[in-house]
Design a protein around this ligand. Structure first.
Ligand code: ADP
Length: 185
């Protein structure tokens, strides 16, 4: 594994975009786009709980919910991932209700938890762009920018951040923003 020193340009090695089902991803942690109760929802949340089994919901029930923009960690149970980091994205309501800041907080707080737990790899879905209707273009720009900035600030132990996109269109939008952020790639 290539050593990443403080001040190095963020190697594109560290951020990957794939199309797929996040419940199948082998990473130290996968991120759940949860709702504030942490007691289950639709979309990626339902898929993660289905794949992890009922012990995940039992642990989530002890956490007393999660504020929008924040994150909490649990074990991964039957998932290939060791941990699930649950974060609550903002519901899009026109863009004037701190949605961008809250979405950036989701990514940076998940990365802080990953660092606290010395995780080497983490996989994100496209937070807020499903039922919460955050437009995919600004959401993907915020996702990639926030992760890039966090990795630059803290080279740390985190070696890989994977964005797991669920449709060809979502993947294409993320790829376009990725090329803008990493023109040399
Ligand atoms: P939110 O409520 O934060 O919008 P959703 O679960 O509705 O969360 O959608 C977030 C994104 O996750 C959407 O792009 C959706 O297509 C995607 N998604 C749904 N299921 C999966 C899955 N199994 N793996 C990865 N992404 C998924």
């Amino acid at each position: 594994m290539q050593e990443i020193k403080k001040g190095d340009k963020i190697s594109t090695l560290r951020i990957e975009l794939i199309k797929g089902d996040i419940t199948k991803v082998m990473a130290d942690a996968i991120v759940n786009a949860a709702n504030s109760t942490l007691l289950g929802g639709g979309g990626v949340d339902a898929a993660i709980h289905r794949a992890a089994g009922p012990k995940l919901l039992a642990e989530c029930a002890t956490l007393k919910g999660c504020a929008t923009g924040s994150a909490k960690i649990t074990k991964g149970y039957n998932l290939p991932a060791k941990f699930v980091i649950h974060t609550v994205g903002p519901v899009w309501s026109g863009g004037k209700h701190s949605e961008e800041k809250l979405l950036a907080g989701c990514y940076s707080n998940c990365l802080s938890l990953a660092r606290e737990h010395s995780l080497e790899s983490i996989a994100f879905p496209s937070i807020s762009t499903g039922a919460y209707r955050f437009p995919i273009k600004p959401a993907s720009r915020i996702a990639l920018n926030t992760v890039k900035t966090c990795l630059e600030k803290d080279p740390g132990v985190l070696k890989k951040v994977i964005f797991v996109l669920f449709s060809d269109n979502d993947l294409a939008v993320y790829q376009e923003n990725y090329r803008d952020l990493f023109p040399e790639s």
